[in-house]
Design a protein around this ligand. Structure first.
Ligand code: NI
Length: 369
């Protein structure tokens, strides 16, 4: 039974697809506010509810989304509201997103006579774990019944001071996939390379060649990143192993560029390995598509932000190479994903997302609402 602690969500983090108590907390709050048609257990722990405006006018439906999951990180903040779960922490601010959306639900319920149409509030699991909770909730029908016309989501940002909002149309966050290349050669004694096919040298050639995908095959005005974070082969200094494996991530804002780069990784790996007497297999693991904002919806949010915090505190999004599974909603419906500053230099709230000392200035909760 959730407590009534004001920082309950931060104190009780749950990782991807395990957000059972969080979902129950959300359900109880929505119910106590009088939110209608509350549905739970969507994609395991997702929750939705409807707030119907009472004014006469167009009957459109807008979906507002918050993610609920925490990370497998041990919190190092020494604060009264520190995580009570060892090794689990809201280190990305999804607790803030959940709190903000509950606040939005309360404000809208109090103002039902001031708008027409329907607001669907949606609390999703597993933003941090691809393929993620968004795609699973969409598959279970959250964009229907009633049909959703537009979508809005936000993220608190440790890069922006509290009280500031950044919003804008076009690409906001990159799409990212993972690749793994396994090179097969022929093991042998390191002193007799002529009798072996060395997968380490082949793998090294492939890795270097992959860097030319960015520098030689991509439009200089476009953005793509190819980074390998893993390279492993062999156990002994004097043995040529049978295989070498390496892997990394590809990030881009353009879905076609992402797709094309993935394809070229496989072709280059195969071609070089074969030319050198070995073979290579490439596995692509799908991450999140690029997060691309609709200009019209972004302008709507920008004007609302100006009303809330003043024009001097509203900036334009600079695209980031990080990924976000709200992109799945944006692929299905026009919408916008924007950032609400949560940093406070004076109070030492400066650590980046996913750091064990991440924290937010709670002013950001009011701004987000
Ligand atoms: Ni996040």
């Amino acid at each position: 039974m959730p407590s009534t602690s004001t920082r309950y969500l931060h104190e009780h983090p749950e990782v991807a697809f395990q957000e059972y108590e969080t979902a129950e907390f959300v359900r109880q709050r929505l119910e106590s506010l009088g939110v209608e048609d509350i549905r739970t257990g969507i994609a395991k722990t997702g929750v939705t509810g409807l707030i119907r405006g009472k004014k006469n006018g167009p009957q459109r439906c807008i979906l507002v989304r918050a993610d609920m999951d925490a990370l497998p990180i041990h919190e190092e903040n020494d604060v009264a509201y520190r995580s009570q779960a060892d090794g689990v922490m809201h280190a990305c601010g999804h607790d803030a997103h959940t709190a903000i959306l509950l606040g939005v639900a309360r404000l809208l319920m109090e103002r039902r006579d001031q708008f027409s149409g329907t607001v669907k509030v949606l609390f999703q699991p597993a933003e941090e774990q691809p393929p993620g909770g968004a795609i699973a909730m969409i598959a279970e029908g959250v964009l229907e019944d009633p049909p959703v016309d537009a979508v809005i989501g936000l993220h608190v940002s440790s890069e922006q001071p509290a009280g500031r909002v950044v919003v804008g149309g076009g690409p906001a966050m990159a799409g990212g996939d993972l690749f793994e290349v396994t090179v097969k050669g022929k093991g042998g004694h390191a002193a007799s390379p002529e009798l072996a096919v060395d997968p380490v040298v082949i793998g090294a050639h492939i890795l270097v060649a992959l860097q030319s995908l960015v520098s030689r095959e991509t439009d200089p005005m476009a953005t793509v990143v190819v980074s390998a974070g893993v390279f492993s082969a062999g156990d002994a200094f004097n043995v040529i192993p049978d295989t070498a494996t390496f892997g990394g991530t590809v990030r881009a804002f353009d879905p076609d560029l992402l797709e094309g780069t993935n394809r070229r990784i496989g072709e280059i790996a195969c071609g070089i390995a074969e030319a050198m007497g070995g073979s290579a297999e490439t596995k692509i693991m799908r991450g999140y598509p690029p997060t691309v904002n609709d200009p019209g919806m972004s302008e709507l949010v920008r004007l609302a932000a100006i009303e809330a915090v003043g024009e001097e505190n509203v900036g334009t999004i600079e695209p980031k190479m990080g990924g976000e599974d709200f992109s799945h909603f944006l692929r299905a419906k026009p919408g916008t994903f924007f950032f609400v500053g949560s940093r406070n230099d004076e109070r030492g709230i400066t650590y980046a997302h996913h750091h064990p000392r991440f924290d937010i200035d709670e002013e950001s909760l009011a701004t987000g609402m």
